[in-house]
Design a protein around this ligand. Sequence first.
Ligand SMILES: NC(=O)c1ccc[n+]([C@@H]2O[C@H](COP(=O)([O-])OP(=O)(O)OC[C@H]3O[C@@H](n4cnc5c(N)ncnc54)[C@H](OP(=O)(O)O)[C@@H]3O)[C@@H](O)[C@H]2O)c1
Length: 322
Amino acid sequence: MSDSILLSRLSLGTWTYAGDSIWSVSSESESIRVIQEALDRGVALFDTSPNYGNGRSESILGKALGNNPLASVATKCKVDGLTRSELISIVENSLKNLQRDTIDLMQVHWPASDPGQSSFALDVFQDLVREGKIKNLGVCNFGVHDLDENSGKNIISNQLPYNLMWRVIEEGIAEKSRELDMKVISYSPLQQGLLTGKYTSLHDFPSGRKRTRHFLDDGITAKHGDRGMERETQSCLGGFLRISAESGISPLNLAVSYILSHDFIDSMLAGARNLSQLEQLISAIDTKLPEDVKTELDRVSQPLLEAIGGNPDMYNRKSRVR
Ligand SMILES: NC(=O)c1ccc[n+]([C@@H]2O[C@H](COP(=O)([O-])OP(=O)(O)OC[C@H]3O[C@@H](n4cnc5c(N)ncnc54)[C@H](OP(=O)(O)O)[C@@H]3O)[C@@H](O)[C@H]2O)c1
């Protein structure tokens, strides 16, 4: 790794601050406080995207951290159909929003539908590494074939969804990323709040977050073209809450320790809306997961893993991840 990023076990995601229909209203001042407190408490990597609230999350991160060298800032963009100058202008806008001289980690957000386009975008970003506007290149949601096609492009990390309700990366993608010497940064550790103990039923989950393939395609929120997996997801949730009660490990600690018990995870990227959520996440990373509890969590999540059927795209039946 030429110019590595700072990587903490817990990294902070800023999608929560988008203020959109998925995450609803968030206070800018509180979001800034959470980011600064996270940095003070040892969180080193902060992830964002211009797609989160049309630049709102990036700007909040910029106000909170500016050019602070103790933080690594990662952003990402979708690259489908974009020209060289459009890609460069996205990076330049992100630099402005983030109030930084350089982006520590610039990521391709999703593999492009034309695989050559992902490779093209990475080459453009590599040119910006030479100009000092970017320090490192990363990808998100890249599958085994996507990774193979882009090996040799100095990619240092693959950001992937991983939690008890989304274990698909165990089947090859995480291993491939590590084999290519990439860091695996997991995202949506709490399945966007579902695994925090706040919900016992899928019905109560905020409708804006019912976009993933766990939920029935209603054509409004979820548009993945799939039947959804609500029966298996509800059963996994029920099993998870039962294990939490029986083991005396809180749902949040259980969700977090399950992820961090896997050696292939280098960092876990989580969202925190307020200081109290951040505090709970920080204490959760030290939870030790007993082996028998882990085995039981594997067991209750197995039917959902099978229902997912090997498609690593959490949002689409026709997988963009290859
Ligand atoms: N590369 C990609 O394609 C991709 C995709 C998704 C996410 N990401 C990144 O990963 C980051 C994290 O994933 P995520 O935001 O999707 O999901 P997440 O971390 O699983 O969930 C975050 C949400 O869970 C709730 N929460 C957090 N701590 C809590 C606590 N202690 N108690 C109760 N509720 C708590 C909060 O929502 P409420 O307060 O509203 O309940 C918070 O906004 C994102 O911010 C983003 O940076 C990347």
